[in-house]
Design a protein around this ligand. Sequence first.
Ligand code: AHR
Length: 553
Amino acid sequence: MKNRREFVQTALAGAAGLAFSRYAGISAAAAQGLDSRVEILLDESIGTISANLYGHFTEHLGGTIYDGVWVGPKSKIPNIDGIRKDLVDQMRKIKAPVVRYPGGCFADSYDWRDGIGPSEKRPRRTNFWMEAENDKSPASHKYEPNEFGTNEFVHFCKLIGAEPYLAANVRSLPASEFYRWVEYCNSPAGSTTLAEERAKSGSAQPYNVRYWGVGNESWGCGGNFTPQEYAAEFRRYSAWVPHYGQSLSLIASGPNSDDWNWTRGFFEEMVRKGPAQFGGIYGWALHHYAWNLSRGRTTDWEKGKGDAIQFDPVDWYEILGEGERVEGLILGHWQVMGEFDRQHRVKLVVDEWGPWYRPGSEATPGNILEQTPTLRDAVFSAMTLDIFNRHASKLHMANCAQLINCLNSLYLAHEDRFVVTPVGHMFEMYAGHQGGASLRTIFSAPSVQYDRDGKPATFWGLNGSASLHGKDLLVTVVNPHTTQARETEVTIRGGSANSAMAVTLSHADIRARNTFDNREAVIPQKKACLIRNGMVVHTFPAASVTALSIRLT
Ligand code: AHR
């Protein structure tokens, strides 16, 4: 039986869319009358939605960096200083706030110095993921060429208007190398030898990197520590980190899903040194992947996974159920953290999340961990972002794993081909939540009933989140039912709607996906909504994600 911790170890040891036709096709009977209701409570703010909840993650893994983000300055593929131009254009559209880099597991094997200085002088190293690569994988995925490093990553972030979030190596480099990386990035122009090295690479001015991860998955690939050992390492790595006038937000490596012991052990150990320790931790990074589609038959990490593109409605509900667990994980870890950090100075960061399927749906054979997202993954991701919005006061940041050519990718690219996946479209629809006041919202709809291998199972009927910017209300709604639309009344307690526009992502085929050859199979559709007595009346199609932009009177 293999679990995720063992997976990383053993992998290394060896191994046009919906169009309007859909709306036209909804008969009153299918829609079941006005069966659902959404109530938005304008006076009940849950907290401000940190823009960083809409963050991303890029690792030197498979085709994510090489071919995904980086094509090189000499490439014929349209690029900006070597960075894929299509990617930059799309990420500007979604207002990407933050990008995590260089891993993932890769981070704890990486020497940042290999990735600076003149490109032709940079060393070639064995990539952390080398043993998991296969015959079809290009050499650059196995032997890290270091063409893309800190300078290129920070430049990428600048181009898209995002903050960099760098993960430091705790497993295989000393703390002094962490301080030096901070020095390289943030020391003032001309101040240190490293500042001069940075200037030679084109940036005399500091990068002012604020977000720093102190290790990654330190319970596994990041060092196999016990929580107590990691707490001691965290204290050592985070003590007296040079600041250079830039306040640093340090993120500690948190639990894998429901590993309560990791959270309890770390916080208990930290508080032994006194509660002031919590002032030095900006975020506690939870990772949660939804992967088990075995319907309770196994907990084996390899055997339990399902297919990314061949699935039935039960698999659809099952993966949503696995993803929805993140809400309980936020609540559970938050509670444990609060037992020690009484003032909740440390907030949660979910810096890896998404569904993880078995290999087989790669758009580019040889790209390990690449999967082709379908409508199901857009619905999954929308549901996840709604959960984050609903817990805005507990969360500082979240990073979808991973941006391009990997797990829950927003984009797929190979050579000169590029496509926005349904997940990418969904991120654009949700971008307006960033910085808004999250409002308490009540959803009432008939629940989904389905047959889970002969036993009755249920899933909620409608869910979502709402946020307010002045008089602009954004309500995002997921209808998970694979066949039934939901005709719904959206009421605004404490206000009324003047006008509303709906953008919907859906498809008659729940397995629909965008590919290099059919790039617009699943694309958002826009439609004005009916306003009745200050309420919005709207039918949420089956298997859909909707963003309602409501202008209040
Ligand atoms: O996202 C892929 C991998 O999953 C990351 O490298 C690691 O942190 C996690 O186990």
